[in-house]
Ligand binder design. Structure first.
Ligand code: HPA
Length: 277
């Protein structure tokens, strides 16, 4: 067992974070690549660099700046994970989900996740938004492997509704009211870091997915394990199933994510505001 699978380490990190602000937090947001704009709309209470938090995974990537931002969205406190740990960076699956588990110990009951994903549905265009209503996670490592953390949840969690139908319904209504077009679809989780071959994109489409990406599914499995309600949305940053001979680059992915960040942020904000306790 590594330190990141140890409940005491999770508790230690949570206790440190709790010292930085007063009161409780029950909503957390994970910001995907190029989607950092969400924090601009917050009245910030504190910012905690990941590197200062006991037991938080240590960044292996040059220039990686991850931090927790606690702030209020029109009076609703949210904990933002700004910067996530990806499996492709060399983190173990339990390191990838460590912040989710820490959030759970802090009292977070709802998790809002964003990501950048490649489209494999032929009707999708770059810049589109897709609400994730289910996922396929067989081609990446399950974060619950190893000894079960009984303090967090059961050995064999049910995954029949990983993405809250209730929140999806509300988000669809909100998007329609704002005039923002959103798809719904299945997200296929891969490890990356290489993008998919044409044959792989076709396979992913064939098994019933609509988009593919290198994050999210491990986080969602850990969140469901600890009893959270989850909402997740992708920005489609490239089209995997395509006739053109163009290549996919990380720069193009980031650019497309940034261009759609305002509409994604708007849906997240309105959804969170609609969940005022
Ligand atoms: N494949 C995998 N991950 C991604 C992609 C993709 O096409 N686009 C953004 N993240």
């Amino acid at each position: 067992m590594t330190i990141h699978q140890d409940f005491n380490a999770i508790q230690g990190a949570a206790a440190f974070i709790q010292q930085q602000f007063k009161g409780a937090v029950d909503k957390a947001v994970v910001l995907g690549s190029g989607l950092g704009a969400f924090t601009d709309g917050l009245e910030i209470e504190c910012e905690i660099p990941y590197s200062s938090i006991p037991h938080f995974p240590v960044s292996t990537v040059e220039g990686h700046i991850g931090k927790i931002v606690v702030g209020s969205l029109d009076g609703i406190r949210v904990l933002v994970l700004s910067g996530r740990f990806h499996y492709y960076e060399g983190y173990s699956a339990s390191e990838v989900v460590f912040p989710i588990r820490v959030a759970s110990v802090l009292g977070v009951k709802q998790l809002y996740i964003s990501n950048a994903a490649g489209g494999v549905n032929t009707s999708f265009k770059v810049g589109d938004l897709m609400i994730i209503h289910d996922h396929i996670s067989f081609s990446t490592i399950n974060p619950l492997l190893g000894k079960n953390l009984d303090e967090l949840g059961t050995r064999f969690p049910d995954m029949s509704e990983p993405y809250s139908k209730r929140l999806i319904g509300k988000a669809m209504t909100i998007a329609a009211r704002l005039g923002i077009h959103v798809h719904q679809g299945v997200y296929f989780g891969v490890t990356g870091p290489s993008y998919e071959t044409h044959a792989e994109y076709r396979m992913i489409q064939l098994v019933g997915a609509h988009a593919v990406g290198m994050s999210t599914t491990q986080e969602v499995i850990a969140a469901i394990h600890c009893g959270m309600e989850v909402f997740a949305m992708s920005v489609i940053t490239d089209i995997g199933i395509r006739e053109e001979e163009n290549q996919i680059s990380h720069e193009d992915v980031l650019e497309a994510a940034q261009a759609s960040a305002p509409i994604l942020t708007r849906v997240f904000q309105e959804l969170i505001l609609s969940e005022r306790n």
